[in-house]
Design a protein around this ligand. Structure first.
Ligand SMILES: Cc1cc2nc3c(=O)[nH]c(=O)nc-3n(C[C@H](O)[C@H](O)[C@H](O)COP(=O)(O)OP(=O)(O)OC[C@H]3O[C@@H](n4cnc5c(N)ncnc54)[C@H](O)[C@@H]3O)c2cc1C
Length: 240
C-alpha cells in the first residue's frame, strides 16, 4: 500500500515497513480487542523496550491513515506479538473490530521508544486510559518489584475487567471513570497524589491520556517533582 506523503517522509527518515498477519482475534472486554499477529520481521528491526509502539496503516475512502499502536507481549523467538485496541468509532478501531485470522496490516517502525529512567525509580506514578493500557502494562512488567500507583481512566463497567498487570502488595490500582472529558481524572490525581508521593525525588511519572488531559496532568506533576525533565514523561495518545 502507498502511504502518501506521511509514508514518504517516514521513508526519508529511514523508517521500515513490515506486513503483519493476524493469527488470532480475541474480545478481551466489551470495548477491547486483542489481535495476535506474526511480525513480518519487525521485532528483529525494532528492539523491544517498554512502551514500544509502531505505526499501522489503515485505508479509509481510498486514503492511507497512520495510527500508533503498542507492542504487547512481543516474542522475538516466534516472531509474534499482540496489539490491543480500545474500541470506539474510528478507522483503526473499526478495522480491529472486524479483523479475522489471515487479515494483514502494514506497520512502520520509526523513532526511538521511551527512554527508561537510568536508575530504577523508587516509585512509579502511571496515569493512562485504556488506549495506554498496553504501554502501562509494559512498564509494570519492566519494573515488577518497584512500588507503583496506577490511575486508570475507564470508560464503562466493562473496562473494570481489563487485564491490568498490577502485582498485589507492590502496585496500587486506582480506576477513575472518564467524566467531563477527562476533568474527573485530573481532579482525582490531584487529590490522591500526595498520599502516593512519600519520596518526590525518587518518583518517576508516565502519563498518556487524551491530549488535553495529558497536558493538564503533566503540568501538575511537573510542579510537584524536583527534577521534572528527568522524572516526568508525558504523551497525548489521542485527540478528543
Ligand atoms: C505512542 C502511542 C501508542 C498508542 N498505543 C495504543 C494502543 O496500544 N491501543 C490503543 O487502543 N490505542 C493506542 N494509541 C491511541 C490510538 O493511536 C488512537 O486512539 C487513535 O486515534 C485511534 O485511531 P482511530 O482511527 O480508531 O480513531 P480516529 O480516527 O483517530 O478518531 C475517531 C474518533 O474517535 C475518538 N478517539 C480516538 N481514540 C480514542 C480513544 N482511545 N478513546 C475514545 N475515543 C477515541 C477521536 O476523538 C475521534 O472523535 C496509541 C497512541 C500513541 C500516540
Amino acid at each position: 500500500m502507498g502511504h502518501g506523503w506521511e509514508g514518504a517522509v517516514l521513508r526519508l527518515l529511514r523508517a521500515r515497513d513490515f506486513t503483519l498477519t493476524v493469527t488470532r482475534a480475541e474480545r478481551v472486554g466489551p470495548d477491547y480487542v486483542r489481535l495476535r499477529v506474526t511480525d513480518g520481521g519487525l521485532l528483529d528491526a525494532s528492539g523491544i523496550l517498554p512502551t514500544t509502539w509502531v505505526r499501522l496503516w489503515f485505508r479509509r475512502n481510498g486514503r492511507p491513515h497512520q495510527r500508533a499502536y503498542t507492542l504487547v507481549d512481543p516474542d522475538p523467538a516466534s516472531g509474534t506479538f499482540s496489539l490491543d485496541f480500545a474500541l470506539h468509532a474510528g478507522t483503526a478501531a473499526d478495522w480491529a473490530r472486524a479483523a479475522r485470522p489471515g487479515d494483514t496490516i502494514e506497520a512502520t517502525v520509526h523513532g526511538t521508544p521511551l527512554t527508561p529512567p537510568e536508575q530504577e525509580p523508587a516509585h512509579l506514578l502511571l496515569i493512562g486510559d485504556t488506549a495506554a493500557l498496553p504501554a502501562l502494562n509494559s512498564l509494570l512488567d519492566a519494573y515488577p518489584g518497584t512500588p507503583a500507583t496506577v490511575w486508570l481512566e475507564t470508560r464503562g463497567p466493562g473496562d473494570a475487567e481489563l487485564p491490568v498487570r498490577v502485582r498485589p502488595g507492590r502496585h496500587t490500582l486506582l480506576p477513575v471513570p472518564r467524566e467531563r472529558a477527562g476533568a474527573r481524572l485530573v481532579e482525582e490525581v490531584r487529590a490522591t497524589l500526595p498520599a502516593h508521593l512519600a519520596d518526590p525525588a525518587g518518583a518517576w511519572a508516565w502519563i498518556a491520556c487524551d491530549t488535553t488531559t495529558t497536558r493538564a496532568l503533566a503540568g501538575h506533576l511537573r510542579t510537584l517533582l524536583p527534577a521534572p525533565r528527568r522524572q516526568v514523561r508525558a504523551q497525548g495518545y489521542w485527540r478528543p
